[in-house]
Design a protein around this ligand. Structure first.
Ligand code: DGP
Length: 144
């Protein structure tokens, strides 16, 4: 597995466990964890265990399992947070506000009138709250 990862990538370090994360799901091809700058309660990220920068480069055999995990995590976040809706977002290149260049899918719970726009400022979240949510969502993700 580590032959697919990159020593200089922050998400590869998270996958390897070299940087801590609030993990909610992991299988042989994918890893899911809470975003530490959440734009909404329950904001989660899903990545392939394959270092590739974006949707243009990502091999299909890694995209399939990654989208499977996106669906799994989205259902768990929906059941835990009970939002009015859910956006799945994936950014490519700086013009689309991509800041980490290891492909990732955002699971973003939405609520009517939340006023969320497509680009947002990075604001650190409450780590206690994120940690508790991660435990609940991880349990649900395994059960789905
Ligand atoms: P994007 O702008 O689409 O590249 O989103 C990158 C996201 O990654 C952003 O919402 C913040 C999140 N992020 C950046 N560094 C870390 C980190 O070290 N841990 C976690 N959990 N999330 C991170």
């Amino acid at each position: 597995m580590s032959e697919h990862l990159n020593d200089d990538c922050i998400f590869c370090k998270i996958i390897r466990g070299e940087i801590p994360s609030f993990k909610i799901w992991e299988d042989d091809r994918t890893y899911a964890f809470m975003d530490i700058n959440p734009v909404a309660t329950g904001h989660a990220l899903i990545v392939p265990k394959f270092h590739t920068p974006n949707i243009y480069e990502a091999p299909e055999e890694w995209l399939g399992p990654t989208l499977g995990s996106v669906s799994r995590v989205a259902r768990a976040v929906r059941d835990e947070v009970k939002p009015d809706g859910m956006n799945i977002l994936q950014a490519n290149d700086k013009g689309a506000a991509q800041s980490v260049f290891h492909i990732h899918f955002h699971v973003i719970p939405r609520n009517l009138g939340d006023g969320l726009t497509m680009n947002w400022d990075m604001v650190p979240g409450d780590m206690d709250e994120i940690g508790k949510l991660a435990e609940n969502i991880a349990r649900r993700t395994s059960d789905i």
